[in-house]
Each structure stands twice: as structure tokens, then as C-alpha cells.
Design a protein around this ligand. Structure first.
Ligand code: EPZ
Length: 445
């Protein structure tokens, strides 16, 4: 039986939350432990669903994963790495996109990898063609015909290559890093992603003994080594969670100190936040976000790869723009279908129109192809409580903050999706003064 979250709106969120390791780094760091010849220790690990999924994926591949109950630190010992059965892997099909990143490490240690059908948020087609092309460049053979997913083999081992990505994909860059570090010879990757999570993964691999350097113009060079040791690493804090709570402070006219937020990983977000009328104060321990009073201002915004405005910040910020005085335009250039969550906002009273034109300057892969990837938001409009079913992780968080700002009561289902990327969000909400209750579905509606 599912759960339903009842939210009584109209309460400004005030207080402190702590963000821990990034959802978009921690699972990849766990996969990297497979590359070492001795145990690795990962610290600052959040209690989120994606960590649980990767923990069980590592265990079915013979890795011993131990959790320090006091700190949450994970020790991962790859000495028993083995092939997992298709049934075992199938149980994980549809859980997340991380299994694709097991390829490189498993090909190095076992010569074969079996990848289930992938899951992840429904915010676009999300193909894996870049990943498969990259693996072919290293000499892997791809067999998609299997009933349980894709089988990849490297009968002659893996050899470094010169690779240029069609788009600076985070996942495909991680695929190259996790494969090239133990491949024969040198790999040069052009048009690479350089998100802070990528640079943190590179730091971790360097700790293991890898030879990696990041050049100018998105070029990463790796010289493969035969052996890597284990790492001891503290994961960088989750900048996407920090940006989400910042938007929550603005939308609810509140004041939230986000412990662990790091300014240099949020530069373009902070710039935009101040442009629309939000205020922030940076300290060594975190960042205070608050609504300084007065009207919020509209703006024209385009999402982009780092160091541009990140696509995962777009959805919570859209809720703030429904309260700005005037017309805002958002051009989503990273995913072709990331405005589905606005349907519920419109039902709550927001004015949002979607367009398939590229309403912005950044060249985009989705123009003139019937993808509603630009939004025109006219504000301010009062929001009223509604029954909402959460579509995806960031869309879901935006629905929570809309309901918290709205007049009246909302009933939110599909709430388990939030656990995928927001640690202890219920505790954090109540700690910030939100009036919320979680109930079993049948009884409350
Ligand atoms: C990572 O996804 C993040 N997820 C996403 O965060 C984030 O939005 C994204 O990077 C961009 O920053 C994790 O790290 C787990 P991509 P990823 O490969 O690696 C296309 C969140 O809410 N593409 O950079 O899957 C793809 O369709 C999530 O926390 C191909 O066409 O993203 C998209 O349009 C959502 N073929 C674009 O590239 C490929 O083989 C960017 O995708 C791979 C990607």
C-alpha cells in the first residue's frame, strides 16, 4: 500500500538542513571501488535509495560492502568480484541508470559485463548510445540481443582510444574514466563533462593511483595503469539538494541555512537566485538562503552543462518564477521532456505555457522536433492546494515546495521517488516548521 503526504500550505520554512554526499557522485564512487585491488572507504554517504540500489548491485557481483552504523561510511572490498547471474541482475532492472557504469570495471576484472534494462527519471528518452560507442572505442564487443539486457565482452582486453563525445554527457564521461584508468595505453576524451561531480570522481581515481589530467576546452587525458589500490574519500556535498532547499526558502518566503553547501559549485545558481530577488549569505560551513521581502523578478533562463545553469535546478526554481511579477522564459537544453511537472503547477493555479521552439540563444538538439522544451511563466499567481502524483525526483521536490507555499491542503502520492535523491526529507521538512503528515494511502483519501 503506497503512502500519501498531506501538506498544509502557507508556512514559511525556517531553520537549518544539512546536505551530505552528492546523489550524482556517491553511486559512481561506489562503482569505482571495483577497480581497486584492496578495500575502499567512502565517507559522507547519504541514506538515499540510489545508494541502497548500488550496494545490492555490488553485493551480487561479490563485493563485500560494510556500513559503519555510526557514521554511514561504506567499506567496499572487491577481492571477491564475480559475475552475477542474469536473474540477480534482472531484479535490479528499472531501478536506476547506474548499472551501465559497471561495464568498464567488470570488463577489466571479469572480461564480461551484463547490463539490465535501465531506469532513472522519465525526463527524456535517455539513450545509452554514447556509452556503447565509447566502449566500442576501447575494443569491447556489444551484444544487445540478450533477454535480460545487454552483454558486453572484451576478449582482447581494453585499449585506450581518442574519443570525442557528441555532447558533454556526464554519464558517458564517467564511462570513459572508469574504463580508461586500467586500459592499455592512453585515452584522450574531447567534449567531456566537467561537472563538480566529475572532478570529484577524478580526485578519487587519482587517490587510487590513476594517471588523469583535465586540459582546457573539456579535454581529459588518461594513461591506463595495470593496478589501482583502494581509496579513502569524502564525497562532495550535494549541490542539487542545496539548490532545492534554496528554492524552497524563496517560494515559502522562508529562511534556510543549508549546512554543507559550497559556493564554488553553485556559482551560476547563486547568480540567478539573486537576479530574481532571492538573497544568500555564504559562511565556511554552508549558505543561508532567504526571501528578503519585496517582489520576485522575472527572468530569461537557459539550462546548460557545467558551468552553466544546471538542468536539475530548473524545476524547483520554476515554482519561484510562478510568484515573480512578470513573464519568465526557460529554455531547457539538456533534456527534451523536463516540463511534465508543470501540469500539476497549472492545476494549482500557476500560468505556464510550453513551447517546442528554442526560446533562447543556446544551440539546442531539440529545436523544431516537437519537444516541449521551453516554458513561458506568467506571474504572480496564487497557488491553491491540490492532489498531486509525483512524476520524477526534481519535479517531485518542486511539487512539495509548491504545496508548502499554496493556500489550503495538498495530498501528494508517489512520494517514494523523493527518497531516491533527498535524504531524510520528511525530518528536514518538519524541522523547518512545515505542517505535514505521512499516511497510508487508503485511510486518508
Ligand atoms: C546525470 O545524468 C545526472 N544523473 C542527472 O541528474 C543530470 O541531470 C545529468 O547528469 C546532467 O547533468 C546522475 O548523475 C545519476 P547525461 P546522465 O549523460 O549521466 C543525452 C537528477 O535529477 N545522452 O549528461 O544520465 C541525454 O539523453 C538527475 O539528479 C545521449 O543522447 O546525463 C541527455 O539529453 C536527472 N546518449 C544529455 O545527453 C547517451 O548515451 C545529458 O545526459 C547519454 C546521454
Amino acid at each position: 500500500m503506497g503512502k500519501v503526504l498531506t501538506i498544509h500550505g502557507g508556512v514559511p520554512l525556517k531553520g537549518k538542513v544539512t546536505v551530505r554526499g552528492a546523489k550524482n557522485l556517491v553511486p559512481k564512487a561506489m562503482v569505482a571501488a571495483l577497480l581497486g585491488d584492496c578495500p575502499s572507504v567512502l565517507r559522507n554517504v547519504p541514506e538515499i535509495k540510489d545508494v541502497a540500489v548500488v550496494t545490492s548491485l555490488l553485493k551480487i557481483h561479490g563485493v563485500t560492502v560494510t556500513k559503519d552504523e555510526a557514521t554511514g561510511d561504506l567499506t567496499m572490498d572487491p577481492s571477491g568480484t564475480k559475475t552475477a547471474t542474469s536473474n540477480e541482475i534482472d531484479t535490479h532492472a528499472g531501478d536506476s541508470r547506474i548499472p551501465i557504469l559497471f561495464c568498464g570495471p567488470l570488463l577489466h576484472s571479469l572480461g564480461e559485463a551484463l547490463i539490465p534494462n535501465l531506469g532513472g527519471c522519465k525526463i527524456g528518452d535517455r539513450p545509452i548510445d554514447f556509452h556503447l560507442d565509447v566502449l566500442r572505442h576501447f575494443g569491447a564487443e556489444i551484444d544487445k540481443a540478450g533477454p535480460f539486457g545487454t552483454t558486453i565482452r572484451a576478449p582482447h582486453g581494453l585499449t585506450g582510444a581518442k574519443i570525442s563525445l557528441p555532447y558533454p554527457s556526464v554519464g558517458a564521461t564517467e564511462q570513459v574514466l572508469l574504463t580508461a584508468v586500467r586500459a592499455k595505453g592512453t585515452t584522450e576524451l574531447e567534449n567531456a563533462a566537467v561537472e563538480p561531480e566529475i572532478l570529484d570522481l577524478i580526485s578519487l581515481l587519482q587517490k587510487m593511483g590513476a594517471l588523469i589530467t583535465v586540459g582546457r576546452d573539456r579535454v581529459i587525458r588518461v594513461t591506463g595503469v595495470e593496478k589501482l589500490k583502494g581509496y579513502n574519500h569524502k564525497a562532495l556535498p550535494d549541490r542539487n539538494e542545496a539548490a532545492s532547499w534554496a528554492s524552497a526558502a524563496l517560494v515559502t518566503k522562508g529562511d534556510i541555512f543549508v549546512e554543507g553547501a559550497i559556493q564554488r559549485n553553485l556559482t551560476s545558481f547563486l547568480h540567478t537566485y539573486r537576479q530574481i530577488g532571492g538573497e544568500f549569505e555564504v559562511t565556511d560551513d554552508g549558505i543561508r538562503f532567504f526571501h528578503p521581502g519585496g517582489e520576485l523578478k522575472p527572468l530569461i533562463l537557459e539550462t546548460d552543462v557545467h558551468p552553466g545553469f544546471m538542468t536539475d535546478w530548473q524545476q524547483p526554481l520554476v515554482v519561484a518564477l510562478t510568484q515573480a511579477s512578470g513573464v519568465s522564459i526557460i529554455h531547457e537544453t539538456v533534456y527534451e521532456n523536463r516540463f511534465g511537472f508543470t501540469t500539476a503547477l497549472v492545476e494549482m493555479g500557476a500560468r505556464v505555457q510550453l513551447h517546442s521552439e528554442c526560446l533562447g540563444a543556446i544551440p539546442c538538439r531539440f529545436g523544431q522536433r516537437n519537444f516541449k522544451h521551453s516554458a513561458v511563466i506568467t506571474g504572480p499567481t496564487p497557488l491553491t492546494g491540490a492532489d498531486i502524483d509525483i512524476p520524477d525526483l526534481r519535479g517531485g521536490f518542486s511539487h512539495l515546495i509548491a504545496a508548502l507555499a499554496a493556500e489550503g491542503t495538498s495530498h501528494v502520492t508517489g512520494i517514494e521517488l523523493i527518497n531516491r535523491g533527498y535524504e531524510k526529507f520528511m525530518e528536514k521538512l518538519t524541522g523547518l516548521g512545515a505542517r505535514v503528515e505521512m499516511n497510508e494511502l487508503a485511510s486518508s483519501l
